[in-house]
Design a protein around this ligand. Structure first.
Ligand code: UDP
Ligand code: MG
Length: 324
């Protein structure tokens, strides 16, 4: 039998509280599609009962469920990529496990793809997150819009649909730190966006601390633009020229008016400003160098502990059956 029409990829990290509700809504929503499908759960090293719940669900619906169990916590985006590499559908939909993206909206994404789009992004209609998260992501959206060629309204929403071509292109990338929706966009030929509903997290807590959000946004920026580096060296030149003029001015003033002491603190202020800029610059360089280091090490990007799948699943392709 042929590959399924739709693969749904869901990263799962400590989501035991929400998984039963997710299963209860996801499968009926997909059954209503009238298309063959497979759901690929990627357990990103959860420390709770998530893996056990996924195993139970796999046993309930082995025909349409596949589970990849990671050996540790490699992050949401690498979990999605592992799902992509395992996926066989003509179209691949990504979704968060926490029910913030209603599974009922998948039908809308697929309908939009029927119009000939290979990438369907989404904009959350009434985003149900804290005011801090909302304003921070507005800011990051604006930064990304300016410094990359990626055009999307709401980069944070993971409910998205991609064509097989885009998923294959992503699978051929070897980068370690990445941001899937943006990477996919760079390969899209006819991208579009639709509005989708957004709900509060059904249960459990956000898996992103402030620290990991900052890391994620550095991934987004550094993976798609070297503009921060360029901007830094340009402003470095401007600042150096300005301080040179200032030094010349002070030298002339010393000869003409005599030495000054009152301006000492201004000078301190300026010096600290420059030190600040320098430190930021070194840190920014470090961000890129760190990523180069990770890339050249060529370590495996993630480690799979086990894969739960049915060898005679409906969706298995004849070629794969011969191989197994
Ligand atoms: N997630 C993951 N690995 C991580 C962090 C998150 O697989 O290290 C998954 C998580 O289980 C969820 C999705 O990524 O399915 C989005 O996470 P979350 O809802 O906590 O993020 P938020 O909605 O707060 O941005
Ligand atoms: Mg969430």
């Amino acid at each position: 039998m042929a590959a399924p029409k739709v693969s749904v990829v869901i990263p799962v990290y400590n989501e035991e509280a929400v998984l039963p509700a997710l299963f209860a809504r996801l499968y009926p929503a997909l059954d209503a599609l009238a298309a063959t499908y497979e759901v690929i759960f990627v357990n990103d090293g959860s420390a709770d009962r998530s893996a056990a719940l996924l195993r139970e669900q796999f046993e309930l619906r082995p025909d349409a469920t596949r589970v990849i169990l990671f050996n540790g916590n490699f992050g949401q985006h690498l979990a999605i990529i592992a799902g992509f590499e395992a996926s066989r559908g003509e179209r691949v939909v990504t979704l968060d496990a926490d029910l913030q993206n209603p599974p009922e909206e998948i039908a809308k994404l697929l309908a939009k793809m029927d119009e000939g789009h290979d990438y369907v992004g989404t904009v959350r209609l009434e985003r149900q997150d804290t005011a801090f998260r909302r304003s921070a992501s507005r800011m990051m959206n604006a930064v990304r819009e300016r410094i990359t060629r990626i055009r999307m309204t709401d980069q944070g929403c993971m409910l998205r649909a991609y064509s097989r071509d885009i998923v294959d292109a992503i699978n051929s990338c070897r980068e370690v730190n990445t941001f899937v929706p943006a990477l996919a966009y760079t390969f899209a030929q006819r991208p579009t966006e639709i509005e989708v509903a957004h709900e509060e997290r059904a249960a459990g807590e956000s898996k992103y601390s402030l620290y990991s959000l900052v890391r994620l946004n550095f991934d987004l920026v550094t993976a798609f633009s070297v503009m921060p580096l360029q901007l830094f060296s340009l402003s470095g030149i401007a600042i150096a020229l300005l301080s040179l003029t200032f030094v010349i001015f002070l030298a002339i003033r010393r000869v003409a008016v005599g030495p000054e002491a009152e301006g000492l603190f201004t000078l301190f202020g300026i010096a600290f400003f420059l030190i600040g800029i320098t430190l930021f610059g070194i840190g920014l360089l470090g961000e890129y160098v760190g990523r180069i280091y990770e890339q050249v090490r060529q370590r495996p990007r993630y480690l799979v502990q086990a894969v739960l799948e049915h060898k005679d699943a409906v969706s298995e392709s004849p070629k794969q059956r011969q191989m197994s």
